[in-house]
Design a protein around this ligand. Sequence first.
Ligand code: MG
Ligand code: MG
Length: 229
Amino acid sequence: MAETLALLESHVRPGVTTAELNRLAEDECRRQGGKPAFKGYGGFPYAICSSPNDRVVHGFPDDTPLQEGDILSIDFGVFYKGFYGDSAITFAVGVLDDETQRLVTATRESLYLAIKYAVPNGRLSDVSHAVQSWVEPKGFSVVREFVGHGIGRNLHEAPQIPNYGKAGQGPLLKTGMVLAIEPMINAGMPGVKILEDGWTAVTQDGKRSAHFEHTVAITDNGPEVLTRL
Ligand code: MG
Ligand code: MG
């Protein structure tokens, strides 16, 4: 699935539509023998979630051309040989303004920081705390309504993984657990609302939001990211 996201990245530019990216993702996924995990999940109609600018998560691909300076969060899940993978990236469309670039960078950094806490004998909320304590001092806010999750033979398994909270709490992490860690970070206030399509989450204040996600296995040697190239 990392190859598919890399393929999408190579096509993200002004003028491209998210419907085109959705088609590319589904074709590439099936070509490699996978099944797009989101399509049909709870009735979601597409292979990818595409959430530009003030869209937080679960956006529908459409025929609106991307514009220079936009950001586009793509969330993509795959079912392959009995297991699920789940990953998200916020792409830059052309060159971003400084504030947007700061948001995207801080969100990506918060994911990689959080991944370092996916270790045996750690506590689940160490992962959560790593995200919050990285982004909030930079003036950004953590979305509360959506969280990361366990993953494996099901797309969403226990435990839920909030992107906020005190360190040192929650379940003990153990070798063999697989976590989908996914900070969703807003440039402004944390509040989100759902559009009339029943899926698309947008920021209440209309400011931008970024989202990065990896599926991470906890091993005796530390975290192993399963969804990167
Ligand atoms: Mg995802
Ligand atoms: Mg996920």
